[in-house]
Design a protein around this ligand. Sequence first.
Ligand code: ARG
Length: 279
Amino acid sequence: MIVTEPARTARPRTYLMCPPEHFKVEYVINPWMHTDTPVDTALAVKQWQRLHDTVVDLGHEVHVLAPGDDLPDMVFAANGAFSVDGVVYGARFRYPQRSAEADVHRAFYLARADKWRFVAPTQVNEGEGDFAYLPAAHGGLILAGYGFRTEPAAHSEAQEVLGRPVVSLRLVDPRFYHLDTALAALDDANIIYYPDAFSESSRAVLRQLFPDAVVATEDDAMAFGLNLVSDGRNVLLNTDCGPLATRLATAGYNPVLVELAELKKGGGSVKCCMAELRG
Ligand code: ARG
C-alpha cells in the first residue's frame, strides 16, 4: 500500500479555551438553542476536555480561562476578543446574557499587558465569532461577518485598531449567525466556506479573493463542519463531519475528529471553543 503523507505543514499556535463547567441552555439567542432540551453538563466537560487534550497533543499551547458560574455560554471562548500581532480588539456582545464575558476576556489580556495591547471596542462585535484572519492572504487580511451579531461599524473599528484590511461579508441565514459557522481559515492563505450562508455579493467577493477556496455543502454547514480549527495541516472537526473530513483528507489535510454533541445544543462546536491568540 502506498501511503501519501499530507503535503500540508502545521504552524504551532496558542489558543484560549474555557471549560463548560456551567454550560446550560437557559436562554435562546440562536436557532440551535432550545431551553427544553436536556443538557448533560458533565458530558460537555468531558467532550471539551478531549478537545483540549487533542489540541495540546498536536503541539499547541492552550491557556484556560476560569468559567463564570452565571455565564453558561462562556465555553464559547472564541467570542471574547480578536487578536492580530499582539493587538487585541475586545468584544462587545449583542445580548445582555453574554455581555459580562467580555470583561473576563479583557482581564486576561490586561493581566498580560507585556504581551498584549488591549483596545476596548465601542461597537457591538463578537470577537472571532465574526472575525477571521488570513496572515498570508494579500499581506494579512481580516474577514468579518455581519447581519446577526456584529455591527458593520465594528468592521471599520477593527480595521483602525488592527491596521489590516477588513473585508465585510453579509450573513443571510440565521442558522449560520456567526461568520465562524459559515467560513474558516484552512491555512494562512486559504479558506473553506458555505456559499449560501452569504449574500450574493459577499459570495462574489469571496470567489474573487479566494479562487482556490474549498466550497462546503449545506450538510457540512448543518453539521457545524465550518466551525473548524486548522493549524495548516491538522483540521479539528466534530464527529458529525465525516464526509467533509474525507474531502479535506483528499485535499492534503489531516482531519482530526472530536465528539462535541453537547455543545452543539448551545449553537457551537470546535471553533467556538477556541480563541486563537496571535501574539
Ligand atoms: N450560544 C452562543 C451564542 O449564541 C453560541 C456561540 C457560538 N460561538 C461561536 N463562535 N460561533 O452566542
